[in-house]
Design a protein around this ligand. Structure first.
Ligand code: NAP
Ligand code: ZN
Ligand code: ZN
Length: 348
């Protein structure tokens, strides 16, 4: 077993603390990655505080992992020692079901193996995430990070990036479309960048007026303050697609009214509580309400390559592991521009 250092929550909501554990030895199809940076996703916070239920402790979060390969199994040919690589939200899946065979491992019929707060396919070994110095992952679940992308700014692409790229792609958002992005956090700021890169006219919906200038800088054509009731009357039936990234419970019906006939609202934000929903905004204009979960390995690689081609990275604030609890508090207040990324060199 490989002795590994990390940071864990020992119980729901307890402060993050140093935690030593073991990774498996490198098998024939595995790579061992020296982790350099790991992004902080709001999903980490939901799970550390057990807001979705079923969290298992000790819990080492982190699924926006980048680093370099420092050991490879005998059967691995796709990577080289020293190569820059990434790991996202899952580290394995059944590999046999129709979802897995179609590159949609995130929807694996037998449930994919999440990077943390999950169980390896042996049925008992817990998975631990990227708030740690190294990880061992089967090579087919490892991504190449193109040379043009600075590592710390590439880390958030592994979750915030693919989670917004995938639905925009799936619903063919592009030229001639009006896209509303709700919530300007880690996911939201990437959605604005992708929406603009795909050619859509993007509006950033935010309850934080101070993000107005940033929204434009990130590529939004307009900013709409959701604390102002007139926003909703003024933009009634304006949008083709709305991507909702908000982490807290809110009223979906109000946003549905902003869609044209046949418009689609896609939820990626995952609040811990259900929200009320009126049937009328859907019925009256044949609107659709949909959801989307991260993206598969093939599409994640495609997204990384697209980012390299179009110079798209995440806006990050790099922190030390000792600052994670403070970062969580700031994230809850919307005080992050726009993703915290842990520098694992600080893990001593
Ligand atoms: P984040 O950086 O904290 O951003 C969330 C944004 O939501 C905030 O910046 C804020 O934007 C808005 N918001 C937060 N609380 C609010 C409130 N009480 N009322 C109104 N707006 C509020 O979080 P994130 O990392 O982007 O993640 C967002 C959500 O997506 C989380 O629930 C996360 O678990 C989920 N997620 C889902 C997937 C998936 O595959 N579907 C993947 C990753 C994450 P403004 O200040 O601009 O209003
Ligand atoms: Zn995430
Ligand atoms: Zn499967």
């Amino acid at each position: 077993m490989l002795p590994t250092r990390g940071y864990a929550a020992m119980a729901a909501g307890s402060p993050m603390q140093p935690f030593n554990f073991s990774r498996r030895e490198v098998g024939p199809s595995d790579v061992r990655i020296q982790i350099q940076y790991c992004g902080i996703c709001h999903s980490d916070l939901h799970q550390v505080r057990d807001e979705w239920g079923g969290s298992r402790f000790p819990l080492v979060p982190g699924h926006e992992i980048v680093g370099t390969v420092n050991q490879m199994g005998s059967a691995v040919t796709a990577f080289a020692v020293g190569q820059r690589v990434g790991v996202g939200c899952f580290v394995d899946s059944c590999r046999e079901c129709s979802s897995c065979r179609n590159g949609l491992e995130q929807y694996c019929e037998a449930q994919c193996t999440w990077t943390y707060n999950s169980t390896e396919r042996d049925g008992h070994t817990p998975t631990y995430g990227g708030y740690s110095n190294q990880i061992v992952v089967d090579a087919r679940y490892v991504l190449r990070i193109p040379e043009r992308l600075p590592l710390e700014q590439a880390a958030p692409l592994l979750c915030a990036g693919i989670t917004t790229y995938s639905p925009l792609h799936h619903w063919n958002v592009g030229k001639g479309h009006r896209l509303g992005v709700v919530g300007l956090g880690g996911l939201g700021h990437m959605a604005i960048k992708f929406g603009a890169a795909f050619g859509a006219e993007v509006t950033a919906f935010s309850h934080s007026e101070h993000k107005r200038d940033d929204a434009k800088r990130l590529g939004a054509a307009a900013f709409a303050n959701t604390s102002t009731p007139e926003t909703f009357s003024k933009l009634n039936r304006y949008y083709d697609v709305i991507l909702d990234t908000v982490s807290a419970v809110h009223d979906y019906s109000a946003y549905l009214e902003l869609l044209k006939t046949d418009g689609t609202m896609i939820l990626v934000g995952a609040p811990d509580q259900p929200a009320p929903l009126s049937a009328f905004p859907l019925i009256m204009r044949r609107r659709r309400l949909a959801g989307s979960l991260i993206g598969g390995i093939r599409e994640t690689q495609e997204m990384l390559d697209f980012c390299a081609l179009h110079h798209i990275v995440s806006d990050v604030e790099v922190i030390a592991v000792q600052e994670i609890d403070a970062a969580y508090e700031r994230m809850l207040k919307g005080d992050v521009r726009y993703r915290f990324v842990i520098d694992l060199k600080s893990l001593t």
